[in-house]
Design a protein. Structure first.
Length: 359
């Protein structure tokens, strides 16, 4: 791996020197080639090769864990103590979402049909989240991260991401924007339900045949989920369990996604067009940590590497990180990384600054 990092640095320096020799000062490198040496090094290390066995083991383990949690719900029966199991269920639902995410990026398999099946099972059936909606939204995000006109993740919604958006808020949403930093984590408690609602709303945009399959699986999820809870407990306890479970699930997913881009560079829609390397690196933030952080955040803590190589299997992201960091350092390109607490602090500070003119 050290040799591969050296290869990246040398390739980068050679590219910069070639640019200078072509009649420039080196301040504006030939951006079309900046990504090429990194790509060659990563591919040469086999980091773009799929880890089907690793994923198969992870999927099986996650399914067993989900089954074990529901078995625990049945064993506890009609008691409020069953609410404690909403915590591990939310955690393993997040693992399920991460698997669906990786399937959508073709990290698990190169067979599009198999990848779609994995996505449908983990998204529509197990989570009640329309994988077609998620993939459409997520592909647009990856293509133009933090681009105010093209990235749906920074469009106007419950939250806003620029002071220009904030200035247009009126009524109750103006108050929300004014206090959005303080409200951010409480609002994540609604995200688990919001994901379901958005998935159902997207059905009308799908082709008829695809819509029928997606709707069938989404309804099957609701039926199975309600049946499993109502068999184990009274309707009142089942509703409370579902609300707590979905609140924790939304909070967990939000904690995985929030630090990745909030507060990072936002491309000027009318300004200079960034190349792939700069577009992905400058708009992304990594979260430092060990194996537990990798597991809890589903590998999304390596956001820079994930955005540069969306199809890279999750276990390879950590291995690619030193190569990517060395490449960025050789180019003089900022490589942003922060600890978990600091990453959330930076994201919340940015949300606070966006709402500042309204206070």
């Amino acid at each position: 791996m050290t040799q591969a990092v050296d290869t990246v640095v040398e390739g980068t320096r050679d590219g910069a020197q070639s640019t200078e020799g072509a009649g420039g000062s080196g301040a504006a490198p030939s951006r079309g080639s900046d990504f090429a040496p990194l790509l060659r090094a990563v591919r040469g290390q086999g980091l773009l090769e799929r880890r089907t066995g690793w994923y198969a083991t992870g999927i099986a383990a996650n399914l067993i864990a989900l089954a074990a949690v529901f078995a625990g719900v049945f064993l506890l029966g009609n008691t409020w103590w069953a609410l404690l199991l909403a915590v591990p269920l939310a955690v393993f639902w997040s693992r399920t979402a991460f698997i669906g995410h990786d399937a959508g990026h073709a990290q698990i398999t190169g067979d599009r049909r198999a990848g779609r099946i994995i996505g449908l099972v983990h998204g529509n059936l197990l989570l009640g989240m329309n994988e077609a909606w998620w993939n459409d939204k997520h592909v647009r995000h990856h293509a133009h991260p933090n681009h105010i006109d093209k990235d749906p993740d920074v469009g106007v919604g419950a939250l806003v991401w620029t002071q220009k958006q904030a200035a247009q808020r009126e009524g109750l949403v103006r108050w929300v924007t004014r206090n959005q930093a303080a409200l951010f984590f409480p609002m994540l408690l609604l995200e688990g339900i919001a994901l379901k609602v958005s998935g159902f709303q997207y059905l009308r945009r799908q082709p008829a045949r695809e819509r029928a399959l997606s709707a069938l699986l989404l309804l099957a999820h609701l039926g199975l989920y309600a049946t499993l809870l109502l068999i184990a407990m009274s309707p009142g306890k089942a509703v409370v369990f579902a609300l707590v479970h979905h609140a924790l699930f939304g909070l967990h997913l939000g904690m995985a996604f929030a630090p990745n881009h909030k507060g990072m560079e936002m491309p000027d829609p009318d300004g200079e067009r960034w190349d792939h390397l700069r577009r992905q690196v400058l708009t992304s933030r990594n979260v430092r940590g060990g194996a537990l952080t990798d597991w809890f955040l589903g590998g999304l803590n390596y956001q820079i590497e994930h955005h540069l190589f969306p199809a890279m299997p999750r276990p390879h992201l950590r291995l690619a990180q030193p190569m990517v960091r060395a490449h960025c350092e050789a180019l003089g390109l900022p490589y942003t990384e922060a600890g978990p607490i600091e990453s959330y602090r930076q994201a919340l500070r940015y949300l606070h600054e966006v709402g500042d003119p309204l206070r």
